[in-house]
Design a protein around this ligand. Structure first.
Ligand SMILES: NC(=O)c1ccc[n+]([C@@H]2O[C@H](COP(=O)([O-])OP(=O)(O)OC[C@H]3O[C@@H](n4cnc5c(N)ncnc54)[C@H](O)[C@@H]3O)[C@@H](O)[C@H]2O)c1
Ligand SMILES: O=c1ccn([C@@H]2O[C@H](COP(=O)(O)OP(=O)(O)O[C@H]3O[C@H](CO)[C@H](O)[C@H](O)[C@H]3O)[C@@H](O)[C@H]2O)c(=O)[nH]1
Length: 329
């Protein structure tokens, strides 16, 4: 049996490929390389360049490689871009995922793990989201992902097919063994941007909003190390293969850090000063977004190992240095 991993050339997907190979799984990666890199895929995985909506291709992969599970990372994930190009996001995320899910069910795949997002919650009143918190996405990105959750729910009710949707909070850091990391030059994620600034790859960085109702006025997020995130996917795979029911689970540590805390930690760890400018709030940003994580801890056989901001930023910085040294920045 093999696992079909879509989006395996991307940031999170490439970490998942390494994790599955480390566990002795046989892995087929499907990626169209729109934002991913073929060099990020370890040679021990089989790489197929293609689109998740190519039904004939997916059928062939499922049959030829005896796929029993799909882990679906492929998608578009830049919130402001989704505001400018909502139809592109609904197409690449919702429509194409619907096609992939149909191909998986048609091919007899019984297990499906889906990359959802905390963006499905929008701006929860008390800053902490449980899985029962009302779903009020405030961006086309969040809506496009919520629709996939609904499609999975309906499809699993109608077919012999179970899924787990993992709602990631803010994914950060890089492989502790230095094999992969966030390699997209244009990534807008806070820790990546701060690491780039510390290496002189940016003249400065901006803090979007300092008048939020948070302890220091800047935005607060629940940053989860990418290695803990992918180990949660491995635990999910075991859960589904053990015949357990479909679920939706938050993926986060249950506590947050402010923008200023992140910037100060990157400065401290890198031992580099860089310019920080305070600017207006970014449209669509919540003041704070933190995961209630009791459900995932109860449901999965999973224990986070890297719940430490200094470790997360150190790994992110190490990867950024590697990119710089290799001329990949
Ligand atoms: N990074 C985060 O903080 C975060 C948070 C919540 C959810 N997510 C979700 O996790 C998933 C992975 O995110 P990432 O940060 O690794 O992004 P990424 O852009 O690095 O990876 C996405 C990968 O999918 C591929 N891809 C995109 N559309 C495709 C298509 N139609 N067919 C085949 N391949 C396609 C890209 O080439 C890329 O390699 C995404 O679905 C994203 O929405 C990410
Ligand atoms: O240069 C920057 C970048 C970010 N921020 C701030 O840092 C915090 C985190 O911003 P990110 O852009 O790193 O992450 P988001 O919280 O906006 O979004 C991330 O997490 C979401 C889920 O919580 C989605 O899944 C989304 O895809 C993913 O990028 C926010 O307060 C933002 O305003 C800055 O001040 N300056």
């Amino acid at each position: 049996m093999s696992v079909l991993l879509t989006g395996g050339a991307g940031y999170i997907g490439s970490h998942m490929v390494y994790q599955l190979l480390d566990e002795g799984e046989s892995v087929v990666v499907l990626d169209n390389l729109s934002t991913g890199f073929d060099w990020a895929i370890p040679p021990a995985a089989l790489f197929v360049k293609g689109d998740i909506a190519d039904e004939a291709l997916i059928s062939r992969i499922i049959e030829n490689h005896r796929i029993d599970a799909v882990i679906h990372f492929a998608g578009s994930s830049v919130v402001p871009e989704s505001v400018q190009d909502p139809l592109g996001y609904y197409k690449n995320n919702t429509l194409k995922s619907c096609s992939l899910i149909a191909s998986a069910i048609e091919g007899g795949v019984k297990h499906f793990v889906f990359s959802s997002t905390a963006a499905v919650y929008g701006m929860p009143d008390n800053h902490i989201a449980t899985e029962e918190t009302p779903l009020q996405p405030i961006s086309p990105y969040g809506s496009s992902k919520l629709m996939i959750e609904r499609i999975l729910q309906d499809a699993s009710n109608a077919h012999d097919f179970r899924y787990v949707a993992l709602r990631y909070f803010n994914v950060a850091g890089a492989d502790p063994n230095g094999r992969t990391g966030q390699s997209n030059l244009n990534a807008t994620h806070l820790i990546k941007v701060a690491c780039q600034a510390s290496l002189g790859l940016r003249s400065h960085m901006e803090v979007y909003g300092s008048d939020y109702d948070t302890p220091d006025g800047t935005g607060v997020r629940d940053y989860i190390h990418v290695s803990d995130l992918v180990s949660a996917h491995s635990a999910t795979l075991r859960y589904l293969r053990n015949g357990k029911p479909s679920e939706i689970l938050n993926c986060g540590y249950g506590h947050g850090h402010s923008v200023l805390e992140i910037i100060n930690t990157v400065k401290e760890i890198s031992n580099c000063e860089f310019d920080v400018k305070f600017s207006d709030r970014r449209t669509g940003d919540a003041a704070a977004l933190i995961a209630a994580n009791a459900k995932i801890l109860k449901t999965l056989d999973w224990q986070p190992k890297f719940d430490d901001l200094r470790v997360i930023t150190q790994h992110a910085l190490d990867w950024e240095k590697h990119l710089k040294k290799s001329g990949l920045t």
